[in-house]
Structures are given as structure tokens and as C-alpha cells.
Ligand binder design. Structure first.
Ligand code: EPZ
Length: 429
């Protein structure tokens, strides 16, 4: 099967659009529901491939799961297995959140090493540190994470070497299962960390300090199912804000949390974009010339690495020199080759992309090499002259719910096409 996204560039995006539920919150909260002794209902889930993948894993483990209209009900009481299959686990990074929850539920877990976007080295040493500090036995031989509860599985002090999102979530999930007090130092502060902690609290866990760099947990409490709605997607919100600004459009983004967007908003204002916020709405308006800027990705509340790619695509046609430095993942500039094929003038020196804005990108056939590279391709295609055909759409569908529909709602010509292998015609484009 071949999937493409066809976009005709040159349209100023206008109108209103609603943000979907947060992917990176959803993929942590769904596994966390397995820690309960009764069913949970999770609302506002995005209709994306990562959520379907987790649903399939949970069912495979023995849980009773339904997922319709953004609502997943999860009854974990039938779970009999602790060894999710490689074919499902390899599809997404977040599948390793199953390690602590199956450990907590079953006393041991056996989870193949996770997959996910190829954006550089993605070690899991800090997750292992969290698990072993809390007294779990962990063995990594054969590409499988085998974790086992021991006699000394109990709360403790955990110092993360880096505020890793995944390690913070995994350590939090382990700590709610281990009896006694745990303190996680140098914790990540991203909105999805706070959302996961809030979900755990709604299940009866004692978790304080999420959103700061010290999280305290009193573990070992029985957890019950909960009804919970995940937060709106911070990165989808940012991608839509960038798309609105890049096309010199006027877009009202509804259902967003403006405080999650402060680092991006500050950069857009610096460029000369108008950003107005109220409650759960953000209006982004741009007309005329935009100014080049410099960006350095940082952990939250700094500029998110997940918006580095769409932002660089926008800067590719902003006159002047912009410098974009990636500090989180070392391999997150692969998409720049595709932007160059559209006429962008970008050089990458180690971890910095030097972007010399050109007057006009040109539409062509381009490929998304990972999820946020896909967002960059979309932004570039929207501002380019003529038609672009984006391949690698499976990555985009992992994280952006019905993005083609949302763009059409804003006036763009964007069509998601699916072909059988023998139907695809190279000349059609
Ligand atoms: C999460 O990945 C997100 N994924 C990523 O979003 C996001 O880019 C990233 O956080 C940073 O914000 C999910 O939430 C599912 P990290 P994660 O552990 O948890 C180093 C997207 O497009 N590190 O915070 O894998 C690592 O090498 C995805 O939605 C260690 O050294 O990110 C990297 O340099 C892509 N040891 C940095 O920390 C560890 O044990 C950040 O990684 C773990 C990480």
C-alpha cells in the first residue's frame, strides 16, 4: 500500500480548527490504566495509529478494550500476559511504558526494545536506572527488557542524568507500584508528564510536584479505574500555529492550552507574527514580511525539539539568515535534504541548521522521514509554489489526526490518497 498527501501550495490558511488530544500524553496514560483494579474510561484521545497500536497491544495482553469516537474504555482485569509481541511493540517508542505497568501488575514484564521515530540515538539507560534504583531486577539480553520485582522493590531517591520524558514517566509509573516514598530529581516537566501524573492521582496514587523538576511519590497504594480526558496536543497546536504563520494566514486554533505554547509564541512574536490568546483559543495572524530568528531546542519550557522541523520549514522562506540549533536529538535534520529539493538554502553544521531564506519554495515530490519531518513537509508544501506530493505518510498518521481534513477546513487543497502497490502511477503527480 502506498499513501501520499497531495498539497497545493500558496493558499493563506484562514478559519477555525480544533486541536486533537495529545499523542504523547495518550501513549503514557493508556498503559497507566493497566495499574488499576477496575475499568478506566479515557476521553479526548486522538484518532491516530499510535493509539490503535496500544489498543491492539492491550487486547493481546488480555485486557477488554474498546475505542470509539476518541474514547477508550480499558478493563485490565483479564490481563494474563506480560510479554507484548515484537511486531506491535516495535512500532512505537512509548511501548516501553508497558515495562513498569506490567511489572507493577504482574510482578514481572518482558517487553521487546521499543521502536519509534529514527531521530538519533535513543538510549533507555535512564529508564533502567529508575527501575533498578527502585529495586527491580532488569536484564536486557536478546533485545528484550525483562524486569522482575525483588524483595527490595521500594521507594527511593532517583537522580536522572538528563530530564528525559520517557525516563520520568517510566520512573513515575514504577514508583507508584513500589511501597514507600520516591523522589525523582531532575525530572522532565513537559505537559504530558503533568497529565500522566494527574491521571495517576485520579486513580488514587499520591504524586506531587509534576511540572517541576522534583516529583514526589508515595507508592504502593491500590489504584482504581478512573474517567479522564487527556490534554490537547501541544505539538499539533504548534504545528498549526506555524502553518498559519508560514502561509501568512489568519487562523483561530480552538481547544488549545496557550501556556503550553509560550516558547513558540515568543518566537513567532519575534518574527512579527500576531498571536492572541484567550482561555483555550489561540489566534495566529501574519501579513507582510516576517523576520528571521534563531532557535535552540531545549527541554520544556524551552523550545520543543518536536517543533524544530516545521519551524525550519517556515524559516526556509523568510528572508535573511536564521540559525536553528538542535540540542536534544542528534539526527533531527534529515528532512533538510527534502527542503533543499524544494529550493531551500539550508546548510547543516553539526547541530545547527543555517537557513538562508529564499523568496519561494517550489512544490515537488518529497518524503517524510519521521513524524515531525512530516510536519515540516506539510508546512513547506503549503508555502511552496505548485503541487507537492508527500510520501512517508504513515509517519504523519502516527501523530496528526485527520490532518488533511483540518487543512481543507482552513482552505488548503490537501488530499490523503491510498493506493494498492500496483495502482500507484508515478506520472500522475
Ligand atoms: C519524548 O521522547 C517524545 N515521545 C518525543 O516526541 C520528544 O521528541 C521527546 O520526548 C523530547 O521532548 C514521547 O513522548 C512518546 P527523551 P523520549 O527521553 O521520551 C536522551 C514525537 O515526535 N536520553 O526525553 O524518547 C536522549 O538521547 C516524539 O512526538 C538519554 O540519554 O525523549 C535524548 O537526547 C519524537 N537516556 C534526550 O534524552 C535515556 O534513558 C531526550 O529524550 C533517555 C533519553
Amino acid at each position: 500500500m502506498i499513501e501520499t498527501l497531495l498539497i497545493d501550495g500558496g493558499v493563506r490558511l484562514k478559519g477555525e480548527v480544533t486541536v486533537s488530544g495529545g499523542k504523547n500524553a495518550a501513549v503514557a496514560i493508556i498503559p497507566a490504566a493497566l495499574l488499576a483494579d477496575s475499568p478506566s474510561t479515557i476521553e479526548n484521545l486522538p484518532d491516530i495509529d499510535d493509539v490503535y497500536c496500544l489498543r491492539d497491544i492491550l487486547i493481546w495482553l488480555g485486557a477488554d478494550v474498546t475505542f470509539e469516537h476518541g474514547v477508550m474504555s480499558i478493563d485490565p482485569r483479564g490481563i494474563t500476559r506480560n510479554d507484548p509481541p515484537y511486531e506491535l511493540v516495535r512500532k512505537m517508542r512509548a511501548s516501553y511504558y508497558l515495562v513498569p505497568v506490567l511489572l507493577g501488575r504482574m510482578g514481572s514484564s518482558c517487553v521487546p526494545m521499543p521502536g519509534g521515530c529514527d531521530i538519533g540515538n535513543r538510549p533507555i539507560d535512564q529508564t533502567i536506572k529508575g527501575l533498578t534504583s527502585l529495586g527491580a531486577d532488569v536484564d536486557l539480553s536478546g533485545g528484550v527488557i525483562r524486569a522482575q520485582v525483588t524483595d527490595h522493590f521500594e521507594g527511593t531517591e532517583v537522580f536522572l542524568d538528563f530530564p528525559s520524558v520517557g525516563a520520568t514517566i517510566n520512573t513515575m509509573l514504577t514508583a507508584v507500584c513500589a511501597k514507600g516514598a520516591t523522589t525523582i530529581h531532575n525530572a522532565a516537566k513537559e505537559p504530558h508528564i503533568v497529565d500522566t501524573a494527574n491521571f495517576l492521582s485520579s486513580m488514587g496514587a499520591w504524586v506531587k510536584g509534576a511540572g517541576t523538576d522534583v516529583i514526589r511519590i508515595r507508592g504502593g497504594r491500590p489504584l482504581h479505574g478512573s474517567n479522564y480526558a487527556v490534554i490537547p496536543d501541544q505539538i499539533e497546536t504548534g504545528t498549526l500555529m506555524i502553518a498559519a504563520a508560514a502561509t501568512r494566514g489568519d487562523v483561530m486554533i480552538r481547544g488549545a492550552i496557550p501556556t503550553h505554547m509560550e516558547s513558540l509564541t515568543a518566537k513567532l512574536l519575534e518574527m512579527g507574527v500576531h498571536v492572541n490568546e484567550a482561555d483555550d483559543r489561540i489566534r495566529v495572524r501574519a501579513d507582510g514580511k516576517l523576520r528571521p530568528i534563531n532557535i535552540k531546542t531545549q527541554v520544556y519550557p524551552g523550545f520543543p525539539t518536536d517543533l524544530q522541523q516545521p519551524m525550519t520549514a517556515m524559516l526556509a522562506s523568510v528572508p535573511g539568515s536564521s540559525y536553528v540549533t538542535e540540542t536534544i536529538f542528534e539526527n533531527r535534520f534529515r528532512y533538510v535534504d527534502e527542503l533543499r529539493r524544494m529550493g531551500a538554502n539550508i546548510r547543516v553544521l553539526e547541530r545547527t541548521a543555517i537557513v538562508e531564506g529564499v523568496p519561494q519554495l517550489r512544490g515537488t515530490r518529497i518524503t517524510a522521514t519521521d513524524l515531525r519531518a512530516g510536519a515540516a513537509m506539510i508546512v513547506a508544501a503549503l508555502i511552496a509554489e505548485g503541487r507537492s506530493e508527500i510520501k512517508g505518510v504513515k509517519y504523519i498518521m502516527r501523530g496528526y489526526e485527520r490532518i488533511d481534513e483540518k487543512l481543507r477546513l482552513l482552505g488548503a487543497m490537501a488530499i490523503h490518497k491510498t493506493y494498492a502497490d500496483n495502482e500507484y502511477n508515478d506520472d500522475e503527480f
